[in-house]
Write a protein that binds this ligand. Structure first.
Ligand code: PQQ
Length: 261
Protein backbone atom coordinates (compact mmCIF):
# COMPACT_ATOMS: atom_id res chain seq x y z
CA UNK A 1 0.00 0.00 0.00
CA UNK A 2 1.30 3.43 -0.94
CA UNK A 3 1.05 5.42 2.30
CA UNK A 4 0.84 8.76 0.47
CA UNK A 5 -2.59 7.86 -0.82
CA UNK A 6 -5.89 7.93 1.03
CA UNK A 7 -7.64 4.65 1.69
CA UNK A 8 -10.40 5.29 -0.81
CA UNK A 9 -7.93 5.71 -3.67
CA UNK A 10 -6.12 2.49 -2.82
CA UNK A 11 -9.33 0.63 -2.40
CA UNK A 12 -11.23 2.01 -5.33
CA UNK A 13 -8.58 2.30 -8.02
CA UNK A 14 -8.44 -1.42 -8.62
CA UNK A 15 -8.62 -3.73 -11.59
CA UNK A 16 -10.82 -6.22 -9.75
CA UNK A 17 -14.57 -6.39 -9.58
CA UNK A 18 -15.83 -5.19 -6.20
CA UNK A 19 -18.80 -6.71 -4.40
CA UNK A 20 -21.74 -4.29 -3.99
CA UNK A 21 -20.73 -3.84 -0.33
CA UNK A 22 -17.15 -3.03 -1.31
CA UNK A 23 -18.37 -0.59 -3.93
CA UNK A 24 -20.58 1.11 -1.34
CA UNK A 25 -17.66 1.25 1.10
CA UNK A 26 -15.57 2.89 -1.63
CA UNK A 27 -18.28 5.47 -2.28
CA UNK A 28 -18.58 6.26 1.42
CA UNK A 29 -14.79 6.60 1.71
CA UNK A 30 -14.84 9.18 -1.09
CA UNK A 31 -17.43 11.16 0.89
CA UNK A 32 -15.32 10.99 4.04
CA UNK A 33 -12.31 12.36 2.18
CA UNK A 34 -13.82 14.83 -0.27
CA UNK A 35 -17.32 15.97 0.72
CA UNK A 36 -17.83 19.72 1.16
CA UNK A 37 -18.48 19.45 4.91
CA UNK A 38 -14.66 19.51 5.13
CA UNK A 39 -14.34 22.88 3.37
CA UNK A 40 -13.16 25.81 5.55
CA UNK A 41 -15.92 28.04 4.16
CA UNK A 42 -18.54 25.75 5.71
CA UNK A 43 -16.68 25.70 9.02
CA UNK A 44 -16.80 29.51 9.08
CA UNK A 45 -20.44 29.60 7.99
CA UNK A 46 -21.63 27.15 10.63
CA UNK A 47 -19.60 28.50 13.52
CA UNK A 48 -20.82 32.10 13.31
CA UNK A 49 -17.59 33.52 11.86
CA UNK A 50 -19.06 35.12 8.73
CA UNK A 51 -20.59 38.58 8.42
CA UNK A 52 -23.95 39.19 6.78
CA UNK A 53 -22.33 40.21 3.48
CA UNK A 54 -20.47 36.89 3.27
CA UNK A 55 -23.63 34.93 4.07
CA UNK A 56 -25.45 36.88 1.36
CA UNK A 57 -22.73 35.88 -1.12
CA UNK A 58 -23.17 32.22 -0.13
CA UNK A 59 -26.98 32.35 -0.46
CA UNK A 60 -26.85 34.16 -3.80
CA UNK A 61 -24.32 31.78 -5.34
CA UNK A 62 -25.93 28.66 -3.98
CA UNK A 63 -29.24 29.68 -5.55
CA UNK A 64 -27.68 28.89 -8.92
CA UNK A 65 -26.94 25.34 -7.72
CA UNK A 66 -30.46 24.91 -6.36
CA UNK A 67 -32.03 26.14 -9.58
CA UNK A 68 -29.88 23.74 -11.63
CA UNK A 69 -30.91 20.60 -9.71
CA UNK A 70 -34.30 20.07 -11.41
CA UNK A 71 -32.70 20.96 -14.77
CA UNK A 72 -30.10 18.20 -14.48
CA UNK A 73 -32.77 15.83 -13.14
CA UNK A 74 -34.94 16.60 -16.18
CA UNK A 75 -32.09 15.65 -18.51
CA UNK A 76 -31.68 12.43 -16.58
CA UNK A 77 -35.38 11.62 -16.43
CA UNK A 78 -35.69 11.89 -20.20
CA UNK A 79 -33.14 9.10 -20.59
CA UNK A 80 -34.57 6.68 -18.02
CA UNK A 81 -35.97 3.60 -19.74
CA UNK A 82 -38.95 2.68 -17.51
CA UNK A 83 -41.95 4.49 -16.06
CA UNK A 84 -41.03 3.31 -12.55
CA UNK A 85 -37.63 4.97 -12.82
CA UNK A 86 -39.09 8.13 -14.37
CA UNK A 87 -41.69 8.35 -11.60
CA UNK A 88 -38.94 8.21 -9.01
CA UNK A 89 -36.96 10.93 -10.76
CA UNK A 90 -40.06 13.06 -11.35
CA UNK A 91 -40.53 13.24 -7.60
CA UNK A 92 -37.10 14.81 -7.26
CA UNK A 93 -37.97 17.43 -9.87
CA UNK A 94 -41.21 18.22 -8.05
CA UNK A 95 -39.40 18.47 -4.71
CA UNK A 96 -37.48 21.41 -6.17
CA UNK A 97 -39.93 22.95 -8.64
CA UNK A 98 -42.97 22.40 -6.39
CA UNK A 99 -46.40 20.89 -7.02
CA UNK A 100 -49.76 22.60 -7.59
CA UNK A 101 -50.48 24.49 -4.37
CA UNK A 102 -47.18 23.44 -2.78
CA UNK A 103 -43.95 25.44 -2.85
CA UNK A 104 -40.80 23.58 -3.80
CA UNK A 105 -37.16 23.87 -2.79
CA UNK A 106 -36.36 26.72 -5.17
CA UNK A 107 -39.08 28.93 -3.69
CA UNK A 108 -37.92 28.00 -0.20
CA UNK A 109 -34.37 28.96 -1.13
CA UNK A 110 -35.66 32.35 -2.27
CA UNK A 111 -37.20 32.76 1.21
CA UNK A 112 -33.74 32.11 2.64
CA UNK A 113 -32.30 34.69 0.27
CA UNK A 114 -34.86 37.28 1.45
CA UNK A 115 -34.22 36.29 5.06
CA UNK A 116 -30.55 37.23 4.67
CA UNK A 117 -31.54 40.60 3.22
CA UNK A 118 -31.30 40.12 -0.56
CA UNK A 119 -33.82 40.89 -3.28
CA UNK A 120 -35.19 37.58 -4.65
CA UNK A 121 -35.59 38.90 -8.22
CA UNK A 122 -31.94 39.99 -8.27
CA UNK A 123 -30.82 36.55 -7.08
CA UNK A 124 -33.01 34.77 -9.65
CA UNK A 125 -31.34 36.70 -12.48
CA UNK A 126 -28.05 35.05 -11.39
CA UNK A 127 -26.00 37.72 -13.13
CA UNK A 128 -23.88 38.50 -10.05
CA UNK A 129 -22.75 34.95 -9.28
CA UNK A 130 -19.07 33.98 -9.29
CA UNK A 131 -17.59 32.44 -12.43
CA UNK A 132 -16.56 29.42 -10.29
CA UNK A 133 -20.22 28.87 -9.39
CA UNK A 134 -21.33 29.09 -13.01
CA UNK A 135 -18.57 26.82 -14.31
CA UNK A 136 -19.04 24.18 -11.61
CA UNK A 137 -22.82 24.06 -11.75
CA UNK A 138 -22.94 24.09 -15.56
CA UNK A 139 -20.36 21.28 -15.58
CA UNK A 140 -22.68 19.24 -13.33
CA UNK A 141 -25.62 19.75 -15.70
CA UNK A 142 -23.48 18.78 -18.69
CA UNK A 143 -22.11 15.72 -16.89
CA UNK A 144 -25.60 14.43 -16.19
CA UNK A 145 -26.72 15.23 -19.73
CA UNK A 146 -23.73 13.66 -21.50
CA UNK A 147 -22.53 10.68 -19.42
CA UNK A 148 -24.20 7.30 -18.97
CA UNK A 149 -27.38 7.03 -16.90
CA UNK A 150 -25.39 5.05 -14.33
CA UNK A 151 -22.78 7.83 -13.96
CA UNK A 152 -25.52 10.45 -13.81
CA UNK A 153 -27.31 8.57 -11.02
CA UNK A 154 -24.00 8.05 -9.18
CA UNK A 155 -23.21 11.75 -9.34
CA UNK A 156 -26.24 12.44 -7.13
CA UNK A 157 -24.77 10.27 -4.36
CA UNK A 158 -23.26 13.19 -2.46
CA UNK A 159 -26.76 13.25 -0.99
CA UNK A 160 -25.70 10.25 1.11
CA UNK A 161 -23.68 12.72 3.12
CA UNK A 162 -25.91 15.82 3.07
CA UNK A 163 -28.20 15.14 6.09
CA UNK A 164 -25.22 15.38 8.46
CA UNK A 165 -23.98 18.69 7.10
CA UNK A 166 -27.51 20.10 6.90
CA UNK A 167 -28.13 19.30 10.59
CA UNK A 168 -24.80 20.87 11.51
CA UNK A 169 -25.58 23.94 9.41
CA UNK A 170 -29.05 24.54 10.80
CA UNK A 171 -28.09 24.09 14.45
CA UNK A 172 -24.81 26.02 14.00
CA UNK A 173 -26.37 28.97 12.21
CA UNK A 174 -29.30 29.24 14.61
CA UNK A 175 -26.97 29.15 17.60
CA UNK A 176 -24.36 31.54 16.20
CA UNK A 177 -26.22 34.31 14.33
CA UNK A 178 -28.93 36.08 16.31
CA UNK A 179 -30.47 37.54 13.14
CA UNK A 180 -31.07 34.14 11.48
CA UNK A 181 -34.39 32.44 12.24
CA UNK A 182 -35.78 28.95 11.83
CA UNK A 183 -38.10 30.37 9.18
CA UNK A 184 -35.16 31.61 7.10
CA UNK A 185 -33.60 28.13 7.16
CA UNK A 186 -36.88 26.31 6.42
CA UNK A 187 -35.42 25.15 3.09
CA UNK A 188 -33.38 22.55 4.90
CA UNK A 189 -36.13 20.83 6.94
CA UNK A 190 -37.67 18.73 4.13
CA UNK A 191 -34.21 17.92 2.77
CA UNK A 192 -33.59 15.85 5.90
CA UNK A 193 -36.25 13.37 4.77
CA UNK A 194 -36.00 13.89 0.98
CA UNK A 195 -32.23 13.35 0.73
CA UNK A 196 -32.16 9.89 2.39
CA UNK A 197 -35.08 8.76 0.19
CA UNK A 198 -33.22 9.99 -2.91
CA UNK A 199 -29.87 8.56 -1.97
CA UNK A 200 -31.27 5.15 -0.85
CA UNK A 201 -32.79 4.76 -4.29
CA UNK A 202 -29.68 5.97 -6.15
CA UNK A 203 -27.40 3.77 -4.07
CA UNK A 204 -29.53 0.65 -4.69
CA UNK A 205 -29.52 1.47 -8.43
CA UNK A 206 -25.74 1.85 -8.50
CA UNK A 207 -25.13 -1.30 -6.44
CA UNK A 208 -27.27 -3.29 -8.88
CA UNK A 209 -26.12 -1.81 -12.19
CA UNK A 210 -22.38 -1.24 -11.67
CA UNK A 211 -21.60 -4.85 -12.56
CA UNK A 212 -18.27 -4.54 -14.39
CA UNK A 213 -14.90 -3.11 -13.33
CA UNK A 214 -15.32 -0.28 -15.88
CA UNK A 215 -18.77 0.65 -14.64
CA UNK A 216 -17.64 0.56 -11.01
CA UNK A 217 -14.68 2.80 -11.75
CA UNK A 218 -16.97 5.17 -13.68
CA UNK A 219 -19.36 5.32 -10.71
CA UNK A 220 -16.55 6.12 -8.27
CA UNK A 221 -15.17 8.76 -10.65
CA UNK A 222 -18.66 10.30 -10.96
CA UNK A 223 -18.85 10.76 -7.20
CA UNK A 224 -15.34 12.28 -7.08
CA UNK A 225 -16.37 14.64 -9.89
CA UNK A 226 -19.47 15.71 -7.95
CA UNK A 227 -17.44 16.34 -4.82
CA UNK A 228 -15.25 18.59 -6.99
CA UNK A 229 -18.36 20.44 -8.22
CA UNK A 230 -19.33 21.22 -4.63
CA UNK A 231 -15.79 21.97 -3.45
CA UNK A 232 -14.98 24.41 -6.28
CA UNK A 233 -18.07 26.47 -5.50
CA UNK A 234 -16.83 26.93 -1.94
CA UNK A 235 -13.27 27.66 -3.10
CA UNK A 236 -14.72 30.42 -5.27
CA UNK A 237 -16.64 31.86 -2.32
CA UNK A 238 -13.63 31.66 -0.04
CA UNK A 239 -11.24 33.38 -2.47
CA UNK A 240 -13.67 36.17 -3.24
CA UNK A 241 -15.30 36.85 0.11
CA UNK A 242 -12.96 35.50 2.84
CA UNK A 243 -9.33 35.70 1.72
CA UNK A 244 -7.65 37.24 -0.13
CA UNK A 245 -10.88 38.99 -1.17
CA UNK A 246 -10.53 38.65 -4.93
CA UNK A 247 -14.05 39.49 -6.04
CA UNK A 248 -14.08 39.04 -9.84
CA UNK A 249 -15.26 41.98 -11.95
CA UNK A 250 -19.04 41.99 -12.20
CA UNK A 251 -19.64 39.69 -9.22
CA UNK A 252 -21.75 40.52 -6.15
CA UNK A 253 -20.16 43.08 -3.80
CA UNK A 254 -21.67 43.15 -0.32
CA UNK A 255 -22.39 46.64 0.97
CA UNK A 256 -20.15 48.01 3.73
CA UNK A 257 -23.14 48.00 6.08
CA UNK A 258 -23.61 44.21 5.56
CA UNK A 259 -19.90 43.51 5.94
CA UNK A 260 -20.00 45.22 9.33
CA UNK A 261 -23.16 43.34 10.37
O1 PQQ B 1 -26.85 21.61 1.84
C1 PQQ B 1 -26.04 20.86 1.32
O2 PQQ B 1 -24.88 20.74 1.72
C2 PQQ B 1 -26.52 20.06 0.14
C3 PQQ B 1 -25.68 19.20 -0.54
C4 PQQ B 1 -26.18 18.50 -1.66
C5 PQQ B 1 -25.24 17.60 -2.31
O3 PQQ B 1 -24.50 16.93 -1.56
O4 PQQ B 1 -25.16 17.52 -3.52
C6 PQQ B 1 -27.50 18.73 -2.09
C7 PQQ B 1 -28.28 19.60 -1.30
N1 PQQ B 1 -27.79 20.24 -0.22
C8 PQQ B 1 -29.64 19.86 -1.62
O5 PQQ B 1 -30.31 20.62 -0.91
C9 PQQ B 1 -30.23 19.24 -2.76
O6 PQQ B 1 -31.40 19.45 -3.03
C10 PQQ B 1 -29.44 18.40 -3.55
C11 PQQ B 1 -29.73 17.71 -4.74
C12 PQQ B 1 -28.56 17.11 -5.11
C13 PQQ B 1 -28.27 16.31 -6.29
O7 PQQ B 1 -27.10 16.17 -6.65
O8 PQQ B 1 -29.23 15.81 -6.95
N2 PQQ B 1 -27.61 17.37 -4.19
C14 PQQ B 1 -28.11 18.15 -3.23
Amino acid sequence: MDCRRGWSEDFTMTETLLTPDELEAGLRAIGRERYHNLHPFHRLLHSGKLNRGQIQAWALNRYYYQAAIPVKDSFLMARLPTRELRREWRRRIEDHDGRPGEAGGIERWLKLVEGVGLDAAMVERADLILPETRFAVDAYIHFVRDRSVLEAVASSLTELFSPTIISERVSGMLANYDWITQDTLAYFTPRLTQAPKDSDFALAYVREHADTVEKQQAVLAALRFKCDVLWSQLNGLYLAYVAPGLIPPGAFEPSLEEVLA
